[in-house]
Write a protein that binds this ligand. Sequence first.
Ligand code: RAM
Length: 521
Amino acid sequence: MAITNSIKDFHPVVNDAFVATAQALTPELIETEVRPVRVVNIVPEGGDYAAVEAAPAFERSAPMGRDDRLCLDFGDHRVGYVTFTLTPVGSPADAPAYLRLKFGEIPYEIAADSSLYSGEISRAWIQEEVIHVDVLPAVVSLPRRYAFRYLELTVLDTSAKYKVVVSEVVCRGVSSADMAAVPPLRTDDPELVRLDRVALRTMHDCMQTVFEDGPKRDRRLWMGDLRLQALTNYATFRNNDLVKRCLYLFAGLTLNEGRVGACLFTEPLPRVDDTALFDFSLFFPCALWDYFEATSDRDTLTELAPTAYKQLELSLKDVDGRGLVADREGWWCFLDWGDGLNKQAGAHAVLIYALRRGVSIVRALGDEVRAAAYEGHVAALTRAALEHLWDEKLGFFVSGAERQVSWASQVWFVLAEVFDRAENAALLRCLMKQNPGVPMVTPYMYHHFIDALLRSGMEAEALAAMKSYWGGMLRDGADTFWELYDPKDRYASPYGSRLVNSFCHAWSGTPAYFIRTHFVK
Ligand code: RAM
């Protein structure tokens, strides 16, 4: 599905006071100096690529001339600014040094030939530079922030008369998260320890001046991603003011009619993108309720509740004569990146789920009239779902005119609590046994599956599913968890090319949440 603007006639609605509150909460970034730990060669391996040690440490390169390469391994995923020194050797430098730099979160990004890129989203996301250095020796400071573990430096040319030596390669790492703030995990299960550690690294590297979705791409704040990052944050870094800042940004920078946008940019000034997604807008009330549960910050709940109500009330306008969220073409609701996934049933279930959080908010604020109204909507939407979307013969919820069965629809109806716990457990068992229809493809959707299992009393299945899916990423070499993971196809991408996938994506960091709230207490 193409990502386009989904709002016609875009009119941002700005609340300056909310934006000011958010800006006052802008965190200081913690800086850490990191140096490469070794030199590697990137080689093909098992249909993918791997880094193989070429030297166990790095100080300085040998003199490098035309086509010489150096691939440095920084030991783990890093986010930051890179500086290095270039020293000429031989005759005086009679031509610029001409270099190509490639940054890779995974070895594949170093190995791939970016000139063959034909994906749908901008090739500008590929972390590759070609630079001239005119005056030597030089300390080269790259202005861009990169997300990477590997840095490959190729000398495209010097001249026949001189070569260059590369030294003092340093990354000034940045994050607003402090690893030392995370409570230690007490478990003897080494797999849980590894899953937790990689999840924390993922979260850490995405925590900048906002919760970014991924520090390589899109480097911005998405509402759906924020909800999961916030949940994980409460159980780990406890940087609750960063969540508060992000909630105020979304509430202060809305779209037409006060709809919460799907994502925000923060530079040069915060602004909302001209995109709304049905489910993402509804996650505002959900994330606000989660924030209140984690912090008991009643002032924020009170101040932002009207924005939450607005999302519920705007979404109710999309309910048709049959009492169902109307299906639509195009980019209107996210749920997951599954090919051809119909969004109607999932959207309907998300609306019920969000209304339930809305009921919690209004109850906490003592607004019984609104609580009764929202409960009425939950009941009506539940009836309509059972009448039109539940297919008794199939034993599954169906979506859209083609009556599509997908994992996303079933999982979201479990989370919407349309059935009771035992019935939900039975539905999930059928889903796992029959594996019908459109599968889940992102860790984001898997998060909801694990959540659904846990809410249905299926702890063992939830643990096994988490270990199998996220554990698969670990076995496939992940240093941080990925935006998309298809265990059967490492080249899968929603964008037509794996090269622009994000390999440190915070919506994938929720094992730390599950482990710390359910599996290890
Ligand atoms: C992609 C990103 C982002 C997600 C949206 C829907 O652009 O992966 O994290 O929220 O899609």
